[in-house]
Design a protein around this ligand. Structure first.
Ligand code: SF4
Length: 625
């Protein structure tokens, strides 16, 4: 930290909104002397503090890296627009929260990619740091730019801007990356040498070592790896969640953040096999943490943070083996401290009203379920595997127990969808509302029932059975949204939806190739940033960026990829066979279900063979299969 920079930052803080976003010094923050470490690692999140601070992956990496004496990991988040303006006016470069040090002076700069619409913030943050946007323009005097996270499974739209992509679970590989960096730093070799060495680590993808050409259908027609880089890049996984690193402290923010509680990850992976769901494919295999380890972590985290809520998190927490036992044991342990336990991701078919009742004994909230589609046919197409009866039975039991608020999540724009399926959303929501109202009228609790219907637009994601499917046109989405607006009137019902223009851009980047990188850069040049925030998103700006470069936006989103062609992300392997995805796609068209392999036979997705991995369930079926 230079005194001058620290003073300049201090001077502008009273002039910006929410200055606590930039102050640092929170409880449990780790601040090291940057002159005493060998590697300075800036952990970046391309969104504002409140969002970034809620992200579990960053918490894990922050503490994991800082466990090493030779490394200092510091946080840097996207400054909100007012702060950015002040920083630019006052010549203040992007800085870290811990030491208020210039990000450009760090050795490594790692971004987590959680959402496609935050990509322009990455460009903006690089620029604000005074770091050239393109990897080819960055010499060894600049930080090595590394990205990871779920969107890194198709990092092609960011390919020219990043040096290195870490595929899969960062805890499994980040130590090796840092070691390789250290060895290189001491050797004084070129950046190219560093990249070559890093590319030998499993799960490390160096985009500049690959030349890729596409045809008009978006398929790859030429793919050449250079510098000895592998043709296929396999993701990294943690084999044993119990033995993997988990922080015992969380940084405690001074301001409200999106998830302000102890988040305890109980499991990774989900094999329910919903065909639209990228998380369900990229985080396989299923691995659970043991009760003992979870309870030990809960104790340490409650003690180090003073939080009063533990959230048991995973993709589908109600599927965790012996979830009821675990939740009850935790409730019992903390009942005198008024610490509540929350299960944020519950499936309607494995949800227990009794358990919910116990969990909500401390604090009452509404219940949320995700039927995802309005008709049984479409739920079978997407392999959601739940039926109307499940939903009605569960909500009936919940209404009888006194719940009055239910939120239902759906998607529109799914493959094979018709207006009948959209009407089905409204019909199902009305049935739930009517059921609730009937129970209310016959009970002492006369509080009105509220059924919130939230319908997002399906965006086809890579590495899923629907990766070949096109995105709905704006006209189709608008027609479907209008139909639901008309249908979902009434005092017990509310309807929220996503901006179709925003979803269109998400669809561009979700399945985008290297060519859209230029569009992104152009859009950023003409002002795009914080695109995920409605007040900043401007579709016309994106249209202009496409036009300026002579690319056709529609070709990117309204394209059904050829099932047999080579896809722009096929060289990045999540462990699930492409053959399996094709089979699942065909089963969707044929309206055939595939069961969850946790409770049935292996469905042949290939993950265990391809990654030499094991499913590990804590007392459930097929343990250790
Ligand atoms: S249950 Fe379905 S939607 Fe949920 S994580 Fe698993 S595969 Fe994805």
């Amino acid at each position: 930290m230079t005194i001058d920079l620290a003073n300049k930052i201090q001077e502008i803080l009273p002039e910006v909104s929410k200055p606590t976003r930039y102050m640092g010094n929170e409880l449990n923050m780790i601040k090291k002397d940057l002159n005493l470490v060998k590697v300075k690692f800036a952990l970046a999140f391309p969104d504002v503090y409140e969002v970034a601070m809620s992200h579990l992956g960053i918490k894990i990496l922050y503490h994991l890296l800082n466990e090493r004496e030779d490394v200092a990991a510091e946080r840097v988040y996207a400054p909100w627009v007012d702060m950015e303006k002040k920083m630019r006016e006052n010549d203040i470069p992007l800085f870290t929260l811990e030491n208020r040090a210039k990000v450009a002076d760090f050795d490594m700069l790692g971004f987590t990619l959680q959402y496609e619409m935050s990509y322009t913030n990455i460009l903006n943050m690089l620029d604000l740091a005074g770091i050239p946007l393109r990897s080819e323009d960055r010499g060894k005097e600049f930080p090595l730019v590394i990205v990871g996270g779920p969107c890194a499974f198709n990092p092609e739209p960011l390919a020219p801007f990043v040096d290195v992509v870490l595929l899969g679970e960062a805890e499994a590989a980040i130590g090796e990356v840092v070691d390789e960096y250290l060895a290189w730093k001491d050797s004084g070799a070129s950046k190219e040498e560093l990249l070559k060495n890093l590319s030998k680590i499993e799960g490390i993808y160096v985009p500049s070592f690959y030349e890729i050409d596409y045809n008009d259908d978006g398929e790859v027609v030429r793919f050449e790896a250079s510098n000895g880089a592998p043709e296929i890049l396999k993701k990294r996984v943690i084999q044993n969640l119990d033995e993997s690193y988990y922080p015992e402290k969380f940084i405690l923010p001074y301001m409200g953040i999106v998830h302000d509680r102890v988040t305890l990850e109980v499991a990774r992976g989900c094999t329910r096999g919903c065909r639209f769901c990228q998380a369900g494919m990229i985080y396989r295999p299923v691995r659970e943490r043991s009760h003992e380890r979870i309870k030990d972590l809960a104790r340490k985290l409650i003690e180090s943070t003073g939080y009063e809520e533990i959230s048991l998190s995973s993709l589908s927490t109600s599927d965790y083996s012996r979830i009821e036992d675990l939740a009850k044991e935790l409730l019992e342990e903390y009942k005198n401290q008024r610490v509540s336990v929350a299960l944020p991701s519950m499936r309607v078919d494995s949800f227990s009203v009794d358990l919910a009742k116990e969990l909500q004994a401390v604090r009452k909230t509404g219940l949320t379920f995700a039927p995802e589609a309005g008709t049984q046919r479409l739920r079978d197409v997407i392999n959601k595997g739940i039926d109307e009866e499940d939903l009605l039975k569960t909500t009936e039991a919940a209404f009888k127990e006194g719940w009055r608020r239910v939120k239902l999540y759906f998607m529109m724009g799914l493959p094979t969808e018709t207006l009948e399926d959209i009407r089905g959303i409204a019909d199902l929501a009305k049935k739930v509302a009517e059921l609730g109202d009937e129970i209310r009228r016959n009970s002492d609790n006369k509080r009105r029932v509220k059924v919130g219907v939230s319908v997002s637009t399906f965006v086809p994601k890579t590495h899923t059975p629907f990766q070949w499917s096109k995105f709905n046109t704006l006209e189709e989405i608008k027609e479907k949204q209008q139909l639901l607006r008309n249908e979902l009137r009434g005092k017990d019902l509310s309807f929220t939806w996503t901006d179709p223009y925003l979803s269109t851009m998400e669809a561009v980047f979700a399945r985008g190739d290297r060519r859209v990188a230029e569009v992104m850069e152009r859009a950023w040049e003409i002002g795009a940033k914080f695109d995920g925030w409605s007040e900043h998103f401007d579709y016309q700006r994106w249209q202009k960026a496409f036009e300026d470069l002579g690319y056709n936006l529609e070709e990117y989103v309204y394209r059904n990829f050829n099932l047999e062609g080579r896809l722009p992300w096929d060289h990045l392997e999540v462990g699930v066979d492409k053959r399996y995805l094709r089979k699942e796609y065909q089963k969707a068209i044929d309206v055939e279900l595939t069961p969850d392999c946790r409770f049935n036979n292996c469905t042949g997705c290939g993950i265990l063979k391809n990654l030499d991995a094991r499913i590990s369930l804590m007392g459930g079926e097929n343990s250790g299969k």
